[in-house]
Write a protein that binds this ligand. Structure first.
Ligand code: ADP
Length: 484
């Protein structure tokens, strides 16, 4: 069936627009990824600087704490006091217990401490220790430390300048700084001289306490792309979803358009076919009725004319029935409530055909196979198949064989004939409403192309399926599968 020109144009536009939307979505996602990647680089750099600062502070706190334990250690420093009568203040004297070379003692007074303390009280001891510790803490921040005594100075120098800041402090602080930025992907802290792995690396920072003398470190992320994609998952997922919805809608619209077009072509066919089918009996009825009315006839002739009228009106009403059955099925659906014994259903259907002198063989089945469904519709469907088998076997003596068997909880019915068969490429098409195989003169065999579409609808309503195979040596075999 050639596609209508307007529909074709709509298809082309649809394809262009889907391709355009896809390309734009890719472009936006890629741009967004680039922006996220730059933001990520900025964040890991900022976090690294922040972590280095925090590590320095933590290291200073560590050294201050050490200093406090040294001066609090009486085996290392002894603290005494005396009252300076001249200046009216308490003087604190600190002496290294085991002096090293250089200045090993220091005396100091505190502006904030006005009490007279001739011998050191625990309170005064705490005051002087806190004062000295705070002093060192403030000095460390400034970078120039007042030593007090040579021994304390050497120890401070050793602990602060000569002991590198432990690497795990950096790692710990960096983790915290990253977490504040919601970055959770793993990283490695490496020396600048080490080869950087592929991926994202931070700026290099000298983490020595003495400027430019310490190790130069940076952090590298090898799995950052996966992390970034994870961050973008809603954007990418949303895009893919929208795309799928758009594609789905387009696909559905295309299908509806095509099926509408197909339907309208089929309906045109049907109408011309039907006009012919209705016209012939109607003309015959009209002419016969006129002849009856115009002339007087004997009883036998009258009966003959009336028989013609009855025969033709029967044909018309059969046509109306067929169209109505299909329409009703479509509109009302069907109740699947009858429990039917398949054997009796098949036997009954076949019996009606014996009456018409058709050779139908039913291979008997186990008697206990039952199906729940709509008996009347199932029977009408089987009837249609047998009718077809008979009416299309015009050049042979029709012989129809009906068989059934159970297979994996499904009941399979096969209706085989010895007629002309159906070509492979039309085995699905014959189920479309109004479709008739055009080969030969289709009007030789009466029909409207509705029978098989009705059968398929009935079988589908029973959650089953129907297909056609070739029969040997000739003919078709309709296979119905019904779940039990
Ligand atoms: P109708 O018989 O009213 O034309 P159907 O829907 O029953 O409509 O069948 C569609 C077409 O399938 C028929 O026109 C016929 O060409 C073909 N067909 C159906 N049954 C058989 C059969 N048993 N053998 C050969 N052709 C068949």
């Amino acid at each position: 069936m050639p596609i209508n020109r307007n529909i074709f144009v709509v298809f082309i536009l649809m394809v262009i627009s889907v391709a355009g939307i896809t390309a734009l979505q890719f472009y936006y996602s890629y741009t967004y990824y680039k922006v996220e990647s730059a933001t990520f680089q900025k964040e890991i750099d900022e976090a690294f600087t922040e972590a280095v600062d925090s590590a320095f502070s933590r290291n200073q706190a560590r050294v201050v704490q050490l200093f406090k334990t040294w001066i609090g250690d009486t085996s290392y420093v002894s603290i005494t006091t005396r009252w300076d009568t001249l200046n009216k203040q308490t003087i604190f004297n600190l002496n290294e217990v085991q002096p090293v070379s250089g200045n090993s003692r220091v005396s100091l007074s505190l502006d904030t401490y006005k009490e007279r303390t001739d011998s050191l009280t625990p309170e005064a001891r705490n005051v002087i220790i806190d004062h000295m510790t705070n002093h060192v803490a403030a000095d460390l921040k400034k970078g120039v430390v007042w030593y007090f005594t040579q021994g304390l100075g050497d120890r401070l120098s050793d602990a602060y300048y000569n002991t590198p800041i432990p690497r795990n402090i950096f790692i710990d602080e960096y983790k915290k700084a990253l977490r504040r930025r919601s970055i959770t992907t793993p990283f490695k802290v490496i020396e600048a001289k080490e080869a950087a792995p592929d991926g994202y690396c931070t700026v290099v920072i000298d983490v020595g306490v003495k400027t430019n003398a310490g190790p130069k470190l940076r952090a590298c992320f090898t799995n950052a792309d996966a992390f970034l994609l994870g961050r973008l998952r809603w954007v990418i997922g949303g895009s893919v979803l929208l795309l799928l919805i758009t594609l789905g809608c387009f696909w559905y619209t295309a299908r509806v358009l095509l099926s509408q077009q197909k339907l309208s072509a089929l309906k045109d066919d049907f109408i011309s076919n039907m006009t012919h089918e209705i016209h012939t009996p109607l003309t015959s009825i009209t002419i016969t009725a006129q002849v009856l009315k115009q002339f007087s006839h004997d009883r036998t002739a009258q009966d003959n004319y009336l028989d013609i009228i009855l025969y033709q009106s029967d044909k018309l009403s059969a046509l109306a029935d067929e169209i109505l059955a299909g329409a009703r099925l479509e509109k009302e659906g069907m109740a699947l409530t009858d429990v039917t014994n398949i054997n009796s259903l098949l036997a009954e259907t076949a019996k009606s055909k014996f009456a018409e002198n058709v050779n139908v063989t039913v291979v008997p089945l186990p008697d206990d196979i039952k199906i729940t469904g709509n008996r009347a519709n199932l029977q009408r469907a089987l009837d249609n198949l047998i009718d077809n088998a008979v009416k299309y076997s015009t050049n042979v003596n029709p012989a129809i064989v009906i068989e059934g068997h159970m297979q994996n909880k499904e009941f399979i019915i096969s209706i085989a004939d010895n007629g002309p068969g159906i070509p492979d490429e039309l085995k699905e098409k014959v189920f479309e409403p109004f479709y008739r195989i055009p080969s030969g003169n289709v009007h030789n065999v009466k029909g409207y192309g509705l029978g098989l579409s009705y059968v398929q609808k009935v079988i589908a309503a029973h959650r089953g399926s129907i297909s056609i195979e070739d029969n040997t040596p000739a003919g078709s075999r309709f296979i119905i599968t019904l779940p039990i």
